[in-house]
Design a protein around this ligand. Structure first.
Ligand SMILES: [Zn+2]
Length: 343
């Protein structure tokens, strides 16, 4: 779930940035490992045949493609960035596929990121539309997901999940997504069902200069000065608040993933049509998102906001419990989708 965390690759490249470690690769592997365990016979077989790796390994793929950069001459190349490479090593022989994926999904929208050049001068970098597939920024004042709300769009995570499902059902890739085949669709799905359950990948706070909540759906427009970029513009004890929420619960390792299996098995199966699931789950996450900000106070810094809690230890403990629940839901629901597609 790394997102919007700029790591300069080379000032000479037309770059793209890398975003934070987000569920970081570990989180995506945990979600995938739970789903692997919950797949039924046919789905398990299909996943193995199409992917050639399990869902645990596949989970980080969509973040790995962020290592594909658009160069000044317009070509796309995978640039190894050591800090992010470990979970991407299983795909080392497939860089051309990743380059094609990024190129196909780059120009449908613009996704700019603030960067600094070698002289410290700020500039805007085009990161490519595929970077927007990972999230929405719906105000936490909303109690359900609706495409009419600010912070949503037709190339967001909700739409991307539905698009990947379509390809797995052998339907055309719905625009603006250009998903070439079932293999790409599985990589996309294995990642984004995880992201959809990270509260800060769906819910967002908009803040004024006094640190008070702003509601962009009252004015029906977003004032850029109020955007917290999914919590990336918020610091908790100096650390990126979005990154804190991307991390697994305190001390929880990928190897512990199946500790969450009882929770995952308790997640009810949705009886609605498959096409409605990503919207319903975004609503579910929006109901959780306010808890990530419960009791918070915000103070404006020159470039971002600081978030403060009366009892930080209690907040972290509560957050860990929410993460366990959300990762279990994500793993279960990823399996639910694939078991429905391949009964
Ligand atoms: Zn992501």
């Amino acid at each position: 779930m790394r997102r919007r965390f700029a790591v300069l690759v080379c000032a000479k490249l037309l770059l793209i940035s890398h975003q934070a470690l987000a569920w970081n690769a570990n989180g995506h592997q945990i979600v995938g490992a739970i789903a692997d365990e919950m797949l039924t016979g046919n789905a398990k077989q299909q996943v193995a045949t199409i992917l050639n790796v399990n869902l645990r390994t596949a989970g980080p793929w969509l973040d790995c493609v962020k290592s594909v950069h658009r160069f000044a001459d317009g070509t796309f190349h995978y640039v190894v960035e050591p800090a992010f490479e470990e979970p991407c090593k299983p795909f080392a022989s497939a860089h051309p596929v990743m380059q094609q994926y990024v190129k196909r999904n780059f120009f449908q929208c613009s996704y700019l990121s603030k960067r600094k050049d070698d002289d410290g001068k700020e500039y805007q970098e085009e990161m490519g539309c595929h970077n927007t597939h990972h999230f929405d920024d719906v105000a936490i004042q909303r109690d359900h997901f609706d495409r009419n709300f600010q912070g949503t769009n037709d190339h967001d995570i909700v739409a991307a999940i539905t698009a990947a499902m379509a390809v797995l059902l052998e339907r055309p890739s719905p625009p603006p997504f250009k998903i070439a085949d079932k293999r790409e669709a599985l990589f996309v799905l294995a990642h984004l069902v995880g992201d959809l359950h990270q509260p800060l990948h769906v819910g967002a706070v908009y803040l004024d200069k006094d640190g008070k909540l702003v509601d962009p759906d009252v004015t029906h427009t977003i004032d850029p000065a109020t955007e917290t970029v999914g919590g990336n513009a918020i610091r908790d004890t100096g650390k990126n608040f979005h990154g804190d929420w991307d991390a697994p619960p305190t001390g929880f390792k990928v190897e512990d993933a199946l500790d969450l299996l009882p929770l995952a098995k308790a997640v009810p199966l949705d009886n609605a049509a498959l096409e409605e699931w990503s919207t319903a789950w975004a609503t579910d996450t929006l109901k959780v998102a306010p808890q990530a900000f419960a009791g918070a106070n915000f103070v404006k810094n020159p470039d971002d906001w600081a978030i403060m809690f009366a009892d930080h230890a209690a907040y972290v403990q509560k957050g860990d419990e929410i993460k366990r629940q959300q990762m279990a839901k994500a793993g279960a629901r990823l399996a639910h989708i694939l078991n429905r597609i391949w009964p």
